[in-house]
Design a protein around this ligand. Structure first.
Ligand code: SF4
Length: 765
């Protein structure tokens, strides 16, 4: 069996491997010198914000305030390669569809606005004003604005996102499917219910004070790499890091900090996790419920022995509601149920609870491993419940920290990208801009796809992103896009969504985050983003644009808006020429942005006040609210174990050479896979049970009760340290297996972390 693609895992995350990988990416971009120079301005007060993830920037950062994946993101954007009209002339759209995501984007930066010509099945160059005019006329001819879907990727700046939502609301709809619908939607919903605000309550500084940090369903080594620096510093000063993750992730085991010369010179690394537990897929709620059960038992023992309380009774009494109901729910949850659903033993869970009990200040972080399940909202409520027990919210060194994926996904929601907008915000918009805002709630991602499939939606506008690859049920989504009257993609590079053209289709090239955005007078414009710690900071590109024919996101939105709704309500061109004016409007319509322009120009920007961080609870009870939901009856993993065998719970995730749907390379060195993406990670004993071998080729077949056959073909089995019955592989390749109908309760987030599948091919038992 050919297993050449399976190799050694890196000894530690970061280290010389990271520097080597950075060098490779900069060389691949063809701009090694200027690329390296560009990196020196990444995440610097007078530089640009890394277009990667939403991890925060330290108050007193270093000159090298970036990670390996930040270099990949910048090198990928600042590449010298160009996808010019000649590139599109060479191949038909049908031929381009045969390229992989990696091969397609490797062609480089878009240089000209392009319009799809159905007759030749090619994209041809078009003038900006012609593109705007045609897009505007098609949108105005739709019989209702609710027939158009306006998608936002989390890379859009606050200024672009605010102008976009303003245009779309002047146009007359709240159809705002956005990428957070597929990532942290459950976090926002659960936290608003529990603490009254849908954002994390911690600052970076809190990681310097925490005694214990619980990292649940998150792989920072690949998805938020600079977080490893904060975890390493915490581990070195004696804080305990407890990990709950089905997969053994190298970054959470050992990290060699490239910024620590001594560690690098001696080829050393620092252990991160002091306790690493591997629950089965969907088992996090049971694991956290188990820890709470152990904490309450410790409290009872302390009370019985007349010892100091384990619980923070002052916090529970003064700040919490429904504790007793929660206590009853925990007592009603037996250890057998907890062990069966979590896949962890009582002893393991109690060890984790002991870390919690013996720590004064605790932070809990989480990501997609928690948010992409049917019961994610309940799981995040359980995490909040657990943290309330010892008052670990609203004090230094403690709090809740959902770590966002895209650099400004949190900011976009803050400035109005929301299909269910609050009335206060709509009232403020209506009062400030004097137009009748649409009040009917709009479409999130799944509702937008549904509308495109049933024909009630006829147009799709994408502000960044790769909709066809980021969404579930890829075959259906591709079909949905191609049956529209209009598809428009604002993008930096060609991607597969562009190859699903509607009747009229446009690719509109925009500036990257690293590029100068000059206005009419030639002044460089500043944009702003909000990270996972609610820090709003400025970003100004430093490089010459990839082409003189590309425009900023803001200018493109202004052009489409002008052509669609005119400028009686808003002078779009004026705002596009001076982003300070956009920020004045944000200040006038959204709380906590006072003196926005002045505060933005301070180094590191400013913090958006988080009431829960000050133990002010904007919940219906005016208190931090316990929930008392029972554990889910059954997780996909538990269901897969039943029956005649051969079924698995699948999770999709990223490789280390990937960021969201952008594939920078084919290696995943932290997991020991090289040059291959068609892989399924599986426990060696499951492999044996199937009489299969490492490297064996199989098809993965989705199991869902809607009669649609979903098959991901030709994947290779890789033995890996993962719980038996759970398997994993990369998206977007495996998104074809995620049923549209399988979505989180309340969150409507696709359940990409627990999909029922089986194998087809040789030895499928
Ligand atoms: S941690 Fe995230 S934001 Fe920071 S440099 Fe890396 S990818 Fe960019």
């Amino acid at each position: 069996m050919d297993t050449k693609f399976i190799g050694k895992k890196s000894a530690a995350a970061g280290g010389w491997g990271a520097l080597k990988s950075c060098g490779k990416q900069l060389l691949q971009s063809g701009m090694p010198i200027s690329g390296a120079r560009t990196m020196l301005k990444a995440n610097q007060p007078d530089g640009f914000d890394c277009p990667g993830c939403a991890w925060g920037d330290p108050e007193h950062g270093s000159s090298f305030e970036f990670c390996e994946n930040g270099v990949k993101a910048v090198a990928w954007e600042a590449t010298e390669k160009r996808a010019t009209p000649a590139f599109f002339a060479e191949k038909t759209v049908s031929e381009l569809r045969r390229l992989t995501d990696y091969e397609l984007e490797l062609n480089g930066r878009l240089t000209h606005p392009m319009r799809y010509d159905a007759a030749s099945d090619r994209y041809l160059p078009v003038a900006w004003e012609d593109a705007f005019a045609e897009i505007g006329s098609i949108l105005t001819r739709l019989d209702t604005p609710n027939r158009a879907e306006f998608y936002t990727s989390g890379r859009a700046s606050n200024e672009a996102a605010f102008l976009y939502q303003l245009f779309v609301r002047v146009y007359g709809t709240n159809n705002f499917p956005d990428c957070s619908n597929m990532c942290h939607e459950a976090s926002g919903i659960a936290m608003r219910q529990a603490i009254g605000v849908g954002k994390g309550t911690v600052l970076l500084e809190d990681f310097e004070e925490a005694d214990a940090i619980f990292v649940i369903g998150q792989n920072p080594g690949t998805n938020h790499p600079r977080m490893l620096g904060d975890l390493r510093r915490a581990a070195i000063r004696g804080a305990r890091v407890v990990v709950f993750n089905p997969i053994r992730e190298r970054g959470l085991e050992r990290f060699s900090d490239p910024q620590d010369k001594m560690e690098m010179l001696r080829g050393g690394s620092t252990d991160i996790a002091s306790l690493y537990l591997q629950p089965q897929l969907g088992g996090d709620m049971a694991a956290v419920r188990g820890m709470a059960k152990a904490v309450l038992a410790a409290e009872d023992r302390a009370v019985a022995a007349g010892l100091p309380a384990v619980l923070d009774h002052a916090f529970l009494t003064e700040h919490c509601a429904d504790f007793q109901a929660y206590r009853a729910a925990v007592e009603a949850t037996g250890w057998a149920e907890i062990e069966d659903q979590s896949g962890l033993s009582r002893q393991e869970i109690e060890r984790a609870a002991d870390v919690y009990i013996t720590a004064e200040r605790v932070i809990c972080t989480w990501a997609m491993g928690v948010t992409q399940h049917l019961h994610s909202v309940a799981t995040i409520r359980e995490i909040a419940n657990f943290m309330f027990l010892r008052g670990n919210i609203g004090k230094p060194g403690a709090g809740l920290c959902p770590v966002r994926g895209h650099s400004n996904v949190q900011g976009d929601r803050t400035v109005g990208i929301n299909e269910k907008p609050e009335d206060d915000f709509l009232d403020a918009l209506e009062k400030h801009f004097r137009f009748a805002v649409p009040r009917e709630h709009g479409h999130n991602v799944l509702a937008a796809i549904g509308a495109m499939l049933d024909g009630s939606a006829e147009a799709f506008i994408g502000l960044g992103g790769n909709f066809a690859r980021a969404t579930p049920d890829s075959a259906l989504v591709e079909m949905a896009l191609r049956q529209l009257k209009l598809t428009v993609h604002i993008a930096t590079k060609p991607n597969h969504s562009h190859l699903m053209p509607g009747e009229a289709a446009f690719i509109l090239p925009c500036l990257g985050r690293t590029e100068m955005d000059l206005n009419e007078a030639g002044n460089s414009q500043l944009v702003s983003v909000e990270d996972s710690m609610s820090m709003v900071h400025g970003s100004a590109g430093i490089n010459r644009p990839a082409s003189p024919h590309i425009l900023s996101e803001v200018a493109i939105i202004a052009g489409i808006a002008e052509a669609t709704v005119g400028s009686t309500v808003v002078d779009w061109a004026e705002l596009a020429d001076d982003y300070d004016l956009i920020r004045d409007h944000i200040e006038a319509t959204i709380p906590d942005f006072e003196n926005y322009n002045a505060r933005l120009r301070k180094p590191r920007g400013f913090h958006l006040r988080n009431a829960a961080r000050h133990r002010e609870w904007q919940t219906p009870t005016g208190k931090a609210s316990f929930s008392s939901e029972a554990l889910p009856d059954e997780t996909v993993h538990q269901r897969a174990r039943k029956g005649e065998g051969g079924r698995f719970a699948l999770q999709t995730f990223r490789s280390h050479d990937q960021y969201n749907t952008t594939v920078y390379g084919l290696d995943d060195r932290y997991r020991g896979v090289y040059g291959e993406r068609q892989v399924i990670f599986i426990h060696p004993d499951d492999l044996k049970a199937m009489n299969a071998e490492a490297g064996e080729r199989i098809d993965v077949v989705g199991e869902h009760d809607d009669g649609i056959e979903r098959v991901a073909e030709d994947f290779r089995l890789v033995p890996y340290d993962i719980p038996r019955g759970s398997i994993a592989g990369y998206y977007p390749e495996l998104n074809v297996l995620v049923p549209l109908a399988s979505a989180g309760k309340e969150s409507d987030t696709p359940t990409s972390k627990s999909i029922m599948v089986s194998f087809r091919g040789r030895n499928a038992a």
